[in-house]
Write a protein that binds this ligand. Structure first.
Ligand code: ACO
Length: 310
């Protein structure tokens, strides 16, 4: 996480909102914001080094780098290429994936296919965002939600699973409910930041997220012939505590079995699932052998899940 913290109380000073409103509607109390000049690559470099150390490997053993991000440093080269250079591992495949808040699950799914097919042995998978650079700080409907951060894992070929299954989906018919309306091909506007700002029809996104995440839970369990009682931990995308609670309720899981970071991190999009996973593991709550259900929903719409035996 970047060092700088902006609390809800801080936000009260420059937009028409209250700590009470934000906490009640979203569960967010504070968020981390990248310092001036601090980029997505700076954060994912730190997260990657920690993931490589946790995996107990040397960076040169990695044969692929996949980064989920909607807020790359540059349009190109990809941030995965910038990261690969910083890690000193030239020659490895490196690319970004943009599936908004589901980007990490998409990246994990691709890495899993490469490993299962034998085409890769060790894949660095990250999710990283500087979303606060893509939002309008004066728009209270989005500014209170989004934040910055990065998380990473090393996925390694092994004889025992591991990643049991991944599931990814998208429905472009809902593109207008959440996204930006400027870009390279469409063009930028003669406004601050080239007119780049996230716009969202929050209520519609909320309803779709709850409904869709319920369905992906069913799909994941059915594909693995598994009962919901067999899931030890839910590691959800951290968009809104009320959306997370609805998924936990569907799984009949007490909130103590759900990793929550949204209160301190806000919505870090692609970074939120690996950050929550990291917190669950480093805090000692998630133990070896536990069954984890990771899920995410984001702009596109995109959504996905991963079932993992830790
Ligand atoms: N502070 C105070 N009041 C506010 C704020 C604010 N920050 N924002 C909106 N309001 C007001 C609205 O203007 C509205 O006022 P009105 O009743 O006078 O018109 C009222 O609060 C209610 O607004 P709603 O938008 O209906 O509030 P809702 O309960 O739906 O909560 C929220 C809004 C938090 C955005 C919710 O809809 C949500 O979380 N949606 C889903 C977001 C999400 O999950 N995104 C997914 C992925 S993100 C990605 O892919 C990048």
């Amino acid at each position: 996480m970047p060092e700088k913290i902006v609390t809800n109380k801080d936000m009260e000073k420059f937009i028409d909102t209250t700590d009470e409103w934000i906490q009640e509607r979203t569960g967010i109390k504070q968020r981390h914001v990248a310092a001036e000049g601090e980029t997505t690559c700076d954060m994912i470099e730190r997260a990657s080094l920690r993931a490589i150390a946790a995996a107990g490997i040397d960076a040169t053993e990695i044969d692929m780098v996949i980064l989920g991000t909607t807020t790359p440093d540059l349009i190109f080269p990809s941030t995965a290429c910038l990261l690969q250079e910083r890690l000193g591992i030239p020659g490895t495949a490196a690319f970004d994936i943009n599936a908004a808040c589901s980007s990490f699950i998409y990246a994990l799914s691709i890495a899993d296919q490469y490993i299962k097919s034998g085409m890769a042995k060790k894949v660095l998978v990250g999710g990283a965002e500087t979303l606060t650079r893509a939002m309008d700080w004066n728009d209270r409907t989005t500014a209170v939600l989004f934040a910055d951060g990065a998380g990473a894992v090393v996925l390694e070929a092994a004889t025992e699973p591991g990643v049991l299954s991944t599931h990814i989906h998208a429905d472009g018919r809902y593109a207008d409910l959440l996204g930006t309306d400027v870009g390279v091909s469409v063009g930028f506007k003669n406004e601050h930041n080239g007119g780049l700002k996230i716009s969202m029809k929050g209520r519609d996104v909320f309803k779709m997220a709850v409904r869709t995440l319920g369905k992906i839970v069913d799909e994941t369990l059915a594909d693995n012939n598994m009962d919901k009682s067999e899931i030890d931990w839910l590691i959800p995308h951290q968009a809104n505590l009320r959306i997370i609670s609805a998924t936990a309720k569907k799984l009949e899981m007490p909130m103590e079995k759900v990793i929550i970071t949204v209160d301190r991190h806000g919505n870090t999009s692609a970074a939120s699932v690996p950050l929550a996973l990291d917190e669950g593991i480093r805090s000692g709550r998630i133990k070896r052998g536990d069954m984890l259900l990771l899920e995410a929903f984001g702009g596109g719409f995109t959504w996905g899940s991963a079932l993992i035996r830790y």
